[in-house]
Design a protein around this ligand. Structure first.
Ligand code: SF4
Length: 391
């Protein structure tokens, strides 16, 4: 796609009110070209927030419901039927996320908010896919006339940011979310997915973003920004630059650009509204947060294999943070934790305990201690960490 596109950046006032947020979203949508040719009379438009896990709005982990409300209102005003639809991460009850992030208040006000985990699936070919040839996706999404991706501006332990295209992974059934990590490789699979369900519009919620241990346990950071565009590659590129992340280091963006979904060269993207340099805030990445915020004892090592997905990563990071908060990091002295499927067994280590976490590591359970489950239970992970600390 060589066509130029205009990404809108709108900076709002500090601690914006509901009216401020509605105004910011409307301004960004208008600057980015408007919804008029996307919303047809009577047609369904899926509004896809990021409700990865149950988290209250102040945490910066989930899309602010007021951004989705503004978009739903705009779709209604154009005669469409907005449906806010999401499926939380593997093993998480979406209804708990809907409640924690206060989307149930939108339901009470008459907006449709749907848990995609309960929806019937249809088989969808992926003709342009490099690693996918077919997917089972929710019929509700495939029958919609358009999708608006509404991600949060936040870091991700692998990506290194989770934005408009990564947000589309949330429409998958859990079994496919898992296979994206364990079988296909999440970066290319997400790029492939965006060839069959390309968002017609993307609106990034940067009111309260999240840095560090994203996408769930990071540090909230108030920026009061909305970033929007029709092209998901362009919007992810500009949102990444606002976070201080170079496009070339964003694997999903580079692979989607290779597939022709959109441009990732900033020179071929117009920015309207605020300038990047005026709103840029360098987000702390997970690796930096790990080094700074958690002080590990001697001999501790944490290995996230490439195939480790959000379920296990979140479980291990949150238990380590709990352990640090209770002053119990001595328990992980001389411990190596290995997470995610591996093509070959871990090398032997005579001097340290080895803890294998998650069902994906089960084939090597004889090589250390093992916590099963997919995802594993945090209580079991922390109990295994605390077992027989080596001195
Ligand atoms: S065991 Fe962990 S890494 Fe493997 S699929 Fe389940 S949650 Fe993901």
């Amino acid at each position: 796609m060589t066509q130029r596109t205009s990404v809108a950046i709108v900076k709002g006032p500090k601690s914006p009110t509901d009216n401020d947020i509605d105004g910011m979203v409307r301004e960004a949508v208008t600057l980015a070209g408007g919804l008029n040719d996307i919303v047809r009379q009577g047609a369904t438009v899926i509004i896809k927030p990021n409700l990865v896990a149950p988290a209250t709005p102040d945490k910066g982990a989930t899309t602010d419901r007021r951004v989705c409300k503004s978009l739903a209102d705009q779709v209604r005003e154009l005669g469409g039927r907005p449906i806010i639809a999401e499926s939380s991460c593997i093993g998480v009850d979406t209804e708990e996320s809907i409640h924690a992030s206060r989307y149930d208040e939108l339901r009470e006000q008459g907006y449709e908010v749907v848990d995609l985990k309960g929806c019937p699936l249809v088989r969808v070919p992926v003709p342009q896919g490099k690693v996918l040839s077919e997917l089972s996706l929710p019929q509700l999404v495939m029958d919609a006339a358009a999708i608006i991706s509404v991600p949060k501006l936040k870091t991700h332990d692998q990506a290194p940011a989770t934005l408009a295209m990564k947000n589309m992974k949330g429409i998958l059934p859990d079994v496919l979310k898992k296979k994206f990590h364990t079988t296909y490789g999440v970066f290319q699979a997400v790029a492939d997915l965006n060839t069959v369900v390309p968002p017609a519009f993307s609106v990034v919620d940067g009111i309260i973003g999240q840095e560090g241990f994203g996408p769930v346990f990071g540090t909230p950071i108030e920026l009061d920004l909305i970033i929007a565009d029709r092209n998901p590659v362009a919007v992810d590129t500009i949102a990444g630059l606002v976070m201080g992340i170079e496009p070339a280091s964003m694997e999903i963006t580079t692979r989607a650009a290779e597939l022709g979904i959109g441009p990732m060269d900033p020179k071929s993207i117009d920015v309207v509204g605020s300038r990047i340099e005026d709103v840029r805030h360098r987000f702390k990445l997970e690796s930096e947060a790990l080094a700074e915020e958690l002080s590990f004892p001697d001999g501790f090592e944490l290995l996230f294999n490439e195939k480790a997905c959000t379920g296990c990563r979140n479980g291990v990071l949150s238990t380590l943070k709990d352990l640090a908060d209770e002053g119990g990091m001595d328990a992980v002295k001389n411990l190596r934790i290995i997470v995610g499927g591996m093509d070959s067994p871990p090398s032997p280590d005579a001097f340290r305990r080895t803890l294998l976490v998650g069902a994906c590591t089960a084939q090597y359970r004889h090589l250390g201690e093992f916590v099963g489950g997919c995802p594993p239970n945090n209580v079991d992970i922390i109990a295994a960490m605390k077992q027989r600390p080596c001195s």
